[in-house]
Design a protein around this ligand. Sequence first.
Ligand SMILES: [Fe+2]
Length: 131
Amino acid sequence: MREFAELYHTADWKTEKHVPVIECAGKVKVGELFQIKVTLGKEIAHPNTTEHHIRWISVYFQPEGEKFTYQVGHFEFTAHGESAEGPDKSSVYTNHEVSLSMKTGKSGVVYATALCNIHGLWQSSKEIDVS
Ligand SMILES: [Fe+2]
């Protein structure tokens, strides 16, 4: 079998503008809703123009000891200044930031992935203790 390529890049979000920043509590209660916010470019802003922007963010959860990963949400950003007059001629730009809530019965890892239209796929993760 052919080896898989590294699909996702990762780095420290403080020095790399493409890395999703996951903000949520590190400890939550079993079965209680908790908030997750995912942004990009918290320290170094990522451009948001017709030519260069974030297309989507996806959020996943991997419960400890389980074989499969769950997709919690997928968020598309579809306005980047394009208009009938041409690129960057509208004043409408979706910002690459999402908020969601979820609940789970097990500890695990939240993963966030993002697609930049010219710099590819990026990911980050955060462990959550559920008790
Ligand atoms: Fe980019």
